[in-house]
Design a protein around this ligand. Structure first.
Ligand code: NZQ
Ligand code: ZN
Length: 393
């Protein structure tokens, strides 16, 4: 196991009706004037936003609002949010929604106290200061409610980039699984795919002797395999929703990834798809992650075979573990198909002729991407090509 620091300071406020306590937690973490930041309207329609406002009012917290965060949140709204916060002397950012609203809130939080362009943080500069962020989560997916990451799309050039700092970890996150019952099945499945991808990005490692994190990863994956079909069949199943919601946080606050080399190449390769086609991140991952697996499994057959046996219940073929590894990838694709996810470029609405541009946008030039295995430009091209026409179906 490698040396590590692990900082997860977020207070998770989990369970039925907990959004009623939002004002209390804003106050607890020093907020006096809040930017209430939310998406395209689901929180308004469900009545959640009204309940959150009521809670803020009861706690004596003033607020201004900025809605309209799009999935794959854009830089343009972040600039608007930064200007509004400065003008209104906002000292706390409260996101109500999913990864998109939360990531946009984090970008605003970092941008307000910074003299330069907030995009610097998404181009490699370190965040030195940020306003505190809190969240009321409405979809189990990105894990942003517990992570120190934020992903924003620069409208000009369709560049999707991430920033990371423990300063971006929310002070608190309200997590009421019942709020996720209004999700369309497709969004539920996209979220489940993202959660599983967050674990696989950590599971596929070159670090040996990491039994504890291997087993934690497997527990999250097995939970998702069990609970996702249950909520697709029965969207109002609170207990299954609750298990998935907590799995989403555990998958990405890094408790399952500490002390080991991680991969993150499927995410990097997918982000160019959601940047170019504005598809859901989870749907893009359903197309890319198995394609990545298909391309690289021979470079680490035993780890893929381990996943096949422990996660997908395959029989180990001791004569030829590659057979087991391949069967695991096939079962992953079958699972994704079963929950309604796309598996190919065509199903996602992506085009093979855009592959050179997608590869260019990744921005590695003639360099490589590190991870479980090093990827060259040619490897990345091949992964996109496999996603056009997968073999292990
Ligand atoms: O905008 P509204 O109207 O709220 O609708 C949203 C949106 O259309 C809808 N929705 C959310 N909760 C709902 C609901 N509809 C009905 N009932 C509810 N309870 O679902 C749609 C998707 O929402 P979004 O916030 O975009 O989803 P998600 O949480 O998957 O976030 C995706 C973004 O997070 C980034 C992705 O790249 C993408 O931009 N990620 C962020 C990460 C992080 N910060 O750590 C890590 C991830 O790997 C990921 O990259
Ligand atoms: Zn993700």
């Amino acid at each position: 196991m490698n040396n590590f620091n692990f900082c997860s300071p977020t207070e998770f406020v989990f369970g039925k009706d907990r959004e009623q306590d939002t004002g209390f937690y804003v106050k607890k973490y020093g907020g006096t004037k809040v930017l209430l930041h939310y998406g395209g309207g689901s929180a308004v329609r469900s009545g959640l936003l009204g309940r959150v406002k009521q809670s803020l009012e009861q706690a004596g917290i003033a607020y201004v609002e900025l809605g309209g965060v799009q999935p794959n949140p854009r830089d343009t709204l972040v600039y608007e949010g930064i200007a509004l916060c400065r003008q209104e002397n906002v000292d706390f950012i409260l996101a109500v929604g999913g990864g998109s609203a939360i990531d946009s809130a984090k970008a605003i939080a970092a941008g307000v106290p910074y003299d330069g362009d907030f995009w610097d943080f998404y181009s490699g500069s370190q965040i030195e200061k940020a306003l505190p962020v809190g969240t009321v989560l409405t979809i189990a997916a990105a894990g942003s409610e517990g992570s120190g990451n934020s992903v924003i799309t620069k409208t000009e050039g369709a560049l999707k980039r991430g920033a990371g700092s423990d300063l971006l970890r929310p002070r608190f996150s309200v997590m009421n699984p019942a709020l996720t019952c209004t999700l369309p099945a497709y969004q539920t499945a996209c979220g489940a795919t993202d959660i599983m991808a967050h674990v696989f990005e950590r599971y596929f490692t070159t670090t040996t002797e990491v039994e504890i994190t291997d087993r934690l990863c497997e527990a999250v994956l097995l939970t998702m395999i069990k609970e996702t079909p249950r909520v697709i069949a029965d969207p109002a199943n609170y207990e299954a929703r609750a298990n998935i919601m907590w799995a989403g946080t555990v998958a990405h606050n890094n408790i399952v990834g500490v002390g080991r080399v991680q991969d993150w190449n499927s995410h990097g390769i997918e982000h160019e798809l959601s940047a170019l086609y504005d598809c859901a991140h989870g749907a893009g991952l359903a197309v890319i992650m198995p394609a990545w697996m298909e391309h690289v499994y021979q470079r680490g057959v035993m780890r893929f075979a381990q996943a096949a046996v422990r996660v997908w219940g395959c029989e180990m073929d001791f004569e030829d573990p590659a057979v087991t590894a391949r069967e695991g990838i096939v079962r992953f694709r079958r699972f994704l198909h079963g929950i309604g996810m796309p598996l190919t470029f065509a199903e996602l609405g992506a085009k093979a002729e855009d592959i050179p541009q997608l590869v260019e946008n990744i921005g590695i030039g003639n360099g490589t991407r590190a991870g479980f295995t090093t990827l060259t430009r040619e490897d990345i091209t091949r992964i996109y090509e496999i996603a056009v026409d997968p073999k292990l179906l």
